[in-house]
Ligand binder design. Structure first.
Ligand SMILES: [Zn+2]
Length: 259
């Protein structure tokens, strides 16, 4: 169901399947040296934004963004997940959210130096509808790729699919449908969420809501950082429609808001 429903939306948005396949191949090459990709560099330099404060209006499902800042395409231990999405201007956030993201990755550099993280879609430059997402409208929502492991070792072979990553399907235990030895790293996801919330608080924000497949909670809360996450009081969504639930098995969606 996930593939059928979402594929239609994504393929429609990104024009055609052929381009999508080419995009994946190109992206793999570019990922190795994103600092040499002139299109990405030029886009970032033109659109990164200024020093003016951002303003987020309305709510995540009906809002807009003023003075939004473009997330850098890559850093030491993180990357934006898709060049096409990036160049289409779908990687903007409120300035406070940007500080929160960058600080979280800085901490993860020391805490888990062997891991690379991926940011998925956030918002348009001026917010508003970000098709096909239902929220992501005011620069306070960010999708993050769930980190994966295989035999307790980091697993990165599914990281370079670009927008196709949204289509991956995992079972209720967080195991990849086509290879059950590949599994969501619930402990690391919980650790990142806790760091995000701590950094958000430093700039006057907090995590208002985390959306993940609801069946994941048992696995998540059984881990070391999952226990801390449960005790933290950070709100994890309790019920979702079948479609929205199925879409949140390979990424975690975070809504930030005022403290
Ligand atoms: Zn989302």
């Amino acid at each position: 169901m996930k593939v059928l429903l979402f594929l239609m939306s994504v393929i429609f948005f990104y024009s055609c399947e052929e381009q999508e396949k080419e995009g994946v191949v190109t992206l793999k090459k570019e990922r190795q040296k994103p600092e040499k990709d002139t299109a990405i560099l030029a886009f970032y330099n033109k659109n990164k934004g200024d020093d003016k404060r951002s303003n987020s209006f309305g709510v995540v499902s009906n809002g807009k963004l003023e003075n939004g800042k473009l997330i850098p395409f890559y850093g030491k231990n993180f990357s934006y997940f898709d060049k096409g999405s990036y160049l289409s201007g779908r990687g903007y956030v409120n300035d406070k959210v940007l500080v929160t993201l960058l600080e979280s990755y800085k901490q993860l550099e020391t805490l888990v130096p062997n891991r690379h993280f991926y940011i998925m879609e956030s918002a348009n430059k001026e917010g508003g509808k970000l098709y096909p997402h239902r929220t992501h409208q005011n620069g306070l929502s960010v999708d993050f790729m769930m980190p994966l492991t295989q035999g307790n070792k980091p697993y990165s072979q599914l990281d370079s699919l670009g927008t196709g990553h949204y289509l991956l399907a995992f079972n209720n235990n967080g195991e990849y449908g086509y290879n059950k030895s590949v599994k969501v790293d619930f402990n690391l996801m919980a650790q990142h969420i806790l760091i995000l919330n701590k950094e958000a608080e430093k700039v006057g924000l907090k995590i208002k809501k985390v959306i993940i497949k609801t069946e994941y909670k048992d696995e998540l809360f059984a881990t070391e950082y999952g226990k801390k996450l449960k005790a933290s009081g950070i709100y994890l969504v309790k019920r979702l429609s079948k479609l929205i639930n199925a879409l949140h098995d390979e990424h975690y969606h975070v809504d930030f808001g005022k403290r």
